[in-house]
Design a protein around this ligand. Structure first.
Ligand code: DQA
Length: 146
């Protein structure tokens, strides 16, 4: 399976942005850790990790790479709570999408409890930090093989 870990708006600021909530690590810190884990535990799968601050670029990217053998792990950042374009794009994908949030969105402000894309995802994980991404990837791989 080709796994795409995709980050949305403001998540390029991880490491500096509210570290008390989001921690000190970045997506590029995680990538080699995930690659080593994948190779050891789930050989034959690969991973690409990207961040987007332009909604239309993210939408177009997902549509271009969508297809058989693909799985998305998507953290749209604040777009989660207010983006109909992201929701519609996710609804139109054929590949499975897992929604992930670093912070525990249900334990924060009320507006973070709403995810517009959740109805079109396979599941969502929040509050587990970077571990959530690993569980999400594992869920996509296991589901694809059953
Ligand atoms: C986030 C949660 C969102 O509410 C917030 O807007 C983010 C990050 C998270 O990973 O915890 O940008 O998606």
């Amino acid at each position: 399976m080709k796994l795409y870990v995709l980050h949305g708006i403001n998540l390029d600021q991880l490491g500096q942005r509210q570290p008390e909530i989001y921690g000190a690590q970045t997506l590029s810190d995680q990538l080699p850790i995930w690659e080593a884990w994948l190779e050891k535990s789930w050989p034959g799968n690969s991973i690409e990790a990207l961040q987007f601050n332009d909604e239309d670029v993210l939408v177009r990217f997902m549509q271009e790479v969508d297809g058989h053998g693909v799985g998305f792990v998507l953290n749209p950042g604040a777009w989660t709570h207010q983006s109909l374009p992201i929701r519609d794009a996710v609804a139109g994908l054929t590949a499975p999408v897992m929604e992930v949030h670093l912070s525990h969105t249900y334990a924060r402000e009320a507006f973070r409890r709403v995810s517009l894309l959740a109805p079109y995802t396979q599941g969502s994980l929040s509050g587990l930090g970077w571990l959530g991404y690993r569980f999400a990837m594992e869920a996509l791989i296991l589901r694809a093989s059953h």
